[in-house]
Design a protein around this ligand. Structure first.
Ligand SMILES: [Zn+2]
Length: 149
């Protein structure tokens, strides 16, 4: 028959007992059970977390290839081969310079357009004044016509 020793008084009990027969102390069998349950819970939780993480990694890899694990590993790969890395880096520098130049020309053009817009606004105002004058003149002419009749 399986036995279990009481942790408090060291009496040997039958394994099926929940409490010690001499001191009523709960037998460690239940504690071991709880421990086992906790451990299996921990293992399951860890597995779920690992599976979830792998799923997330694969998801990002598929949905956003540029930010995915594969491209990251590719970058690491390039760093390992210094020559390629330097070449790529200089290309990036060139690319950055080109972009900066383009930005500057766009800004200059923007400034020019802004000036033109200002001129157009001024012309619009003049146009409005002229048409207003024309309107009042036309009204005066209409009145004159009526007076003639
Ligand atoms: Zn006991």
């Amino acid at each position: 028959m399986e036995t279990i020793t009481c942790q408090r008084c060291h009496t040997i009990n039958i394994a099926t007992n929940s409490f010690c027969k001499s001191c009523d102390h709960p037998l460690s069998k239940s504690l071991a059970k709880k421990k086992g349950r906790f451990l299996s819970f921990l293992v399951v939780t860890l597995m779920v977390l690992i599976i979830f993480s792998i799923g997330a990694l694969i998801y990002v890899d598929v949905q956003h290839p540029t930010y995915g694990l594969r491209s990251r590993l590719h970058i690491v790969w390039d760093v390992l081969f210094e020559k390629e890395w330097l070449e790529k880096y200089s290309n990036l520098k060139k690319f950055e310079n080109n972009l900066n130049n383009e930005k500057e020309t766009i800004n200059i053009e923007k400034g020019k357009l802004k000036n033109e817009l200002q001129i157009l606004d001024e012309k619009k105002e003049k146009w409005k004044k002229v048409t207003d004058k024309l309107d009042t003149l036309q009204k005066k002419l209409d009145i004159l016509d009526k007076l003639k009749k």
